[in-house]
Design a protein around this ligand. Structure first.
Ligand SMILES: [Fe+2]
Length: 366
């Protein structure tokens, strides 16, 4: 509730009953004028429409609103509820580490939701998608072991992100694989496809068959690893947010390139994306004076991601579908035996679609 206001020609100061005091430039007031928005919420004016000569001549309280008179003759009619809502500081975006629950292996219980519950109960679906937003991952159990089913899982919350691998990719042993993921070798902690721009935000791995020994998945909260690196080695953390490495994937059909840092932060210094994929880092060159410090930071990041206490181990069984935030959660795989079948189908989607479904289900953005 508004308790007091005062104005000068170039600004309006509002005092709220929760103790907040907000000062608004007359340009902000013109720009956020409720009359400048269509009923669908989209802006009808641009920054070029703002009058830089305009000043505030008078402000009067009218019931549940404020009428602001400009010296140009224009009036801005603000409902107080609109003012109170719009003059909050801009919230963090969906990706931001702030507000998420970071985890490490020892005390983390992997969120698990049954597929039938997910399909039939709004609460279960909300719980599953909220787990991806908050913890970065969820395991759906009992998903039918039907080739292509992974795409149907995506269609429950978003859209399939098709790539040069197709709409989905098969993870099973092949002769002369173009990508080590398609061998039976172990794979260290990594995020997928850092060479894409934008990188796929959501990855799914759906297990159709797993009869091998080994082949467990290790999962690491990359935001937790980044937070620890920041606390223990702030100089290394800073370097990894600043140095952009080139990534590349090429075969006969594709030549994909990007140039991005290991750790991305927002304007508040919060981590918003992490990546690590030693297989696809292209040759890079740094000034000589920075090379040693960079390799130290790079090594510390790799060590942090490989710390056993950070990882949880999951053995995917037939019918399990792991859904995870590919800009946060690192996945790794232990080697597996040559005999026996192991067949996973993977696919990508994007985080904005998942968050959109979550918000439409009634969950409020944090
Ligand atoms: Fe992968």
């Amino acid at each position: 509730m508004l308790t007091h206001f005062e104005f000068e020609p170039d600004s309006l100061t509002l005092a709220w009953n929760d103790g907040r005091v907000t000062r608004l430039d007359v340009l902000w007031l013109q720009d956020h004028d409720p009359a400048g928005r269509h009923g669908n919420g989209q802006r009808l004016i641009s920054v070029l429409d703002l009058d830089w000569q305009a000043g505030i001549r008078a402000v009067e309280r009218q019931g549940d609103g404020l009428m602001i008179h400009l010296n140009t003759g224009r009036q801005l009619n603000y409902p107080l509820a609109t003012l109170a809502r719009d003059c909050q500081m801009t919230p963090e975006d969906d990706r931001c580490q702030s507000g998420k629950t970071l985890w490490c292996g020892n005390d983390f219980q992997l969120p698990v939701v049954g597929w039938q519950d997910y399909l039939s109960k709004d609460d279960s679906r909300r719980q599953a998608l909220a787990a991806v937003a908050d913890n970065g991952l969820v395991l759906l159990r009992g998903v039918p072991c039907k080739p292509g089913q992974v795409l149907e899982v995506i269609e429950t919350f978003g859209f399939v992100r098709e790539t040069n691998y197709g709409r989905l990719f098969d993870v099973q042993t092949v002769v002369s694989p173009s990508n080590l993921a398609f061998s039976n070798l172990g794979l260290g902690p990594h995020t997928d496809n850092p060479y894409r721009d934008p990188v796929p935000g959501v990855q799914l791995l759906h297990c159709l068959v797993n009869e091998v020994e080994g082949g467990e998945n290790l999962l690491v909260d990359g935001f937790q690893a980044a937070a620890r690196l920041q606390t223990e080695h702030p100089d290394a953390f800073e370097l990894l947010t600043r140095v952009r490495l080139p990534y590349r994937f090429s075969d006969e059909q594709a030549d994909l390139r990007s140039r991005v840092p290991f750790i991305e932060t927002d304007d508040g210094g919060w981590v918003i994306k992490v990546r690590y994929n030693n297989r696809s880092i292209a040759p890079f060159m740094l000034p000589f004076e920075e090379q040693r410090a960079f390799y130290r930071a790079y090594r510390l990041w790799a060590e942090m991601l490989s710390a056993p206490e950070l990882a949880i181990t999951v053995r995917l069984e037939a019918g399990d579908c792991l859904v995870f935030d590919n800009t946060r959660v690192m996945h790794a795989r232990t080697a597996f035996t040559d005999g026996g079948r192991r067949h996973l189908q993977g696919a990508y989607s994007d985080l904005d679609g998942l968050y959109s479904t979550l918000y439409l289900s009634g969950v409020k953005p944090c």
